[in-house]
Design a protein around this ligand. Sequence first.
Ligand SMILES: Nc1ncnc2c1ncn2[C@@H]1O[C@H](COP(=O)(O)OP(=O)(O)O)[C@@H](O)[C@H]1O
Ligand SMILES: [Mg+2]
Length: 166
Amino acid sequence: MGGQFSCKYLPPGGSIELQNHKFNFTKIAKKCVSPFNKDVELIELVIDDEIIFYGSSLLIESLITNLLSNAVKYSSNSEKHVLMMAEAKDGILNITIRDHGAGISGEDIPYIFEPFYRSDSARTRNTGFGLGLSICKKIVDIHNGEISVSSTEGAGTEIKIYFKLN
Ligand SMILES: Nc1ncnc2c1ncn2[C@@H]1O[C@H](COP(=O)(O)OP(=O)(O)O)[C@@H](O)[C@H]1O
Ligand SMILES: [Mg+2]
């Protein structure tokens, strides 16, 4: 990976220069969680001590923050406990973000990574533009990772991300 990160929804001009470097993913994850836990503990973080990752820490930070904010936003009417787990093993980083919120219907799941797509229930109950997950997908792609979702309406959502560590 390297070069430019292009996304027409990002100012200015829709692209930013990628600043790839080695960084401590554990530190970034803790930094992303802390604003959500300011008043009450919303997110439980289970993570290895020091996961060294190569890529853009700026983009990885925005990936994690986006997913955590969805998990919190879409559990506002139900159990608010969100769990984030990150484990590095055999050169692979596995990240899981799980909530017990509204969930996503089977009809909506194929479209949620598309720009501006929002489920009917999200549109009527929560604010947003439907861009977060499309940007998350781009960030994962540019780091040669994979992102998947499994969800049950009314029971919760689990996002899984897989990256090769090099
Ligand atoms: N954790 C979640 N729980 C339930 N629905 C979700 C969750 N994350 C995403 N979604 C669904 O996917 C859609 C797209 O998500 P996103 O691109 O982040 O847009 P936004 O948060 O602005 O609505 C949301 O509108 C919602 O319907
Ligand atoms: Mg969102």
